[in-house]
Structure formats: structure tokens, C-alpha cells
Ligand binder design. Sequence first.
Ligand SMILES: *Cc1c(COP(=O)(O)O)cnc(C)c1O
Length: 389
Amino acid sequence: MIPYGKQDVAAEEIDAVVEILKAERLTQGPVISQFEEAVAAYCGARHAIAVSNGTAALHVAAMAIDIKSGDEGITSPNTFLASANCLLFCRAIPRFADIDPVTNCIDPDKIKKSITPRTRVIIPIDFAGHPCEMETIWELALENNLSVIEDAAHAIGTSWADHQGDWHKAGACSHSHLTIFSFHPVKTITAGEGGMILTNDPGLAAKCRLLRNHGITRKPTKFTHQNSAIFDKQFPPPWYYEMHTLGYNYRITDFQCALGLAQMERLDQFVTRRREIWTQYSSALEGIEGFQIPVEREATRSAWHLYAAQADERDELLKFLHEKGIGAHAMYIPIHLQPYYQKHFSYEVGDFPYAEAYFKKSIILPLYPSLTDAQAEYITNQVKTYYQN
Ligand SMILES: *Cc1c(COP(=O)(O)O)cnc(C)c1O
């Protein structure tokens, strides 16, 4: 079976991991900041904080902006659960704004209509790698005094041009307070599991670092303890630390970061290959009645995490492709239709019609760098065969 997504780990990347396994520190060592610096430099952001996975990155980002019980956040129904669950982790209320049927990303006009006095944050998702309308979302956020956490789990390597014609990379945080990535093996680069939070705000960065490690600080300049019975205030002993906030163990290991760091070297190659396959699919499948190819907006260079097409009779086509050894997929089940969300927030079918209509037809074709031209051709030929019969 050809899977819908797959990691590409080279021999030298395995060597890089093994080297760290033999080194002194498996975790909390120097490779973590090397990986953080590489990702920050690539994206053009000032700060990067590596964590155990993309979900942890979203949770830390939400805590860093002080999302609290009763606050509301607006996100897309067309995303992985974690984009909305990070609000639930903070006892906040996830609200949804429907998608733009062209890009399947959150529609800024719908966000505008969903803002209430309790709204604190917008969490847009660069669906399939395609950037959201970040400029419009950013303006909306500034006007309404809201934070923006961009879920760019699909979009490391994506770039887009603003209205002035200036290009921005996803993760630059040019139009977000915080942006997150995931390094799960299906994502564009992998660390096995892993996540990253990027920001240009040194205060938010410092908070994220605290939150990923139990809220603990070991920096003497940060110590607040007034009780010198514990230690001589002038000379805090080396074993001393303070807990300043309730954090978690969301640390990532050095050997995971060794893999992520090595993969960064090939990120541009991965993106190029993903775009080639995307183009190959689109030129082969364009114009089939009942099958809609995904589009890329002008002034956009998507890293294309997914080839997200739409098909009438989607389930029949999926079944046909599975029989042919093609692990095509469908995503995302709109979050508001999940039993948990229906039970707790009484969302109903019909609440977000574009997300529902998209999902009904969603078909994700295999897309990963090691997919060969011949495999891609086999896949498009099978799709065409289905429609010829
Ligand atoms: C994968 C993904 C996440 C979560 O990342 P993990 O590393 O699996 O925790 C969050 N949001 C989106 C859109 C994703 O695709």
C-alpha cells in the first residue's frame, strides 16, 4: 500500500541520531538549541522553542498568552483536533469560523462575525500547507486586541507575499504572535515526534521556555525568593531552582533534535519535491468531471503537506484506490461534528457548511518526497480509470 504520507530519513540523519545517543546528554543538551536556532534562522523568526510535539506547542502557545477559563478562541473546523483542543486544555471555549471554499483555510470574514467580547485569540491553520490570509487576520486581530497563534503544522517551508509584494515564510511570525510546527513523521520534516513554537516577542519566548519545563527557572537573575533561610541570597547554590508558573514536561530529547536538525538541511529539497508531485497530479487530473484539484493562490508558494482534492462519490473512489494499493485518505472530519464537541458545545450539522461540504468530498492523495514519478503516474492513472468506468 502506498501511504498518504511518509517520512524520508537518510543514512547520515540516522548517523546524526546515533552520535547523540552515544553523547553525554540525551535530553536538555546542546542539540536542542541548535535545532531551535536552525528553524528560527530558516523562518526568519527571533525565537524558537522546541517541545515534545505539535500539540504541546499549541498548548504552550495558548498558555503563554494567558488563555484562561471562559475565554474564547476562534479556529477552523477543518483541522486536526489539537488546534481546538489547546483551548480546552486552558478551560477556554473553542469557537469556529467556516472555511474559504477555495483554499479550505479559515475565512477572515467569518472570523470577524464570530468575534465576541470574550474572544482572546485566533488560531488559523495553513491547511495542506497553503497559507491563510494572514495579513487580513493580523489586521483583524490588531483591531480587536486579539492574539494570533498560527498553526503551521502543515506549512514549514511555505512562503507568501503580502500586498506590498514582500515575501514571508510561515514561522517568521510577521503576522502572528506565535506560530507552531509539528515534526510528526507525516509532516514535512520529522523529529520522530516534536514541535516548535516561534515568536518575535522575547517575553513570550521566555514564558514558553518556562512552560515546557514545569515552570522552572534556574537563572539567578530571575530568582524571586525572599527567604534567605533557603540559601544565601547573594550566592544561590548550584542546585537551586524556582517554580514560577505551572508548567508541564513538554521537553524534546537531543536525539530527536539531532534528526530534526539534520532534516532541516533537506527541507528545501523536500518542498521542491512535494511541489513537483503536486504539479504532476494537478496537470494529470485537471478537468475531470466530478473531481476537483486543489488550487494555489497567487503570490503563494505552498510547501504542500497534503494533496487535498475533492471528489463526488468520494467513498467509492477511496475504496477503488485502496483496492489498487493506494492509501488515499480523507481529512478533516470537521471538529464541531466530533461527539465530544457536540456533547459539550451543542454544535450541529449545518453549523459550518463549507467545512462540511469540503469534508464530504475530501480525498487526500499520497504526497511525500520519496514518492516516485512512476508511482505518482500510477496514482493519477488509477483516478482517471475510476472516472472512465
Ligand atoms: C499534526 C498536527 C498538529 C499536532 O501535531 P502533533 O505533533 O501530532 O502533536 C496540530 N495541528 C495540525 C493542523 C496538525 O496537522
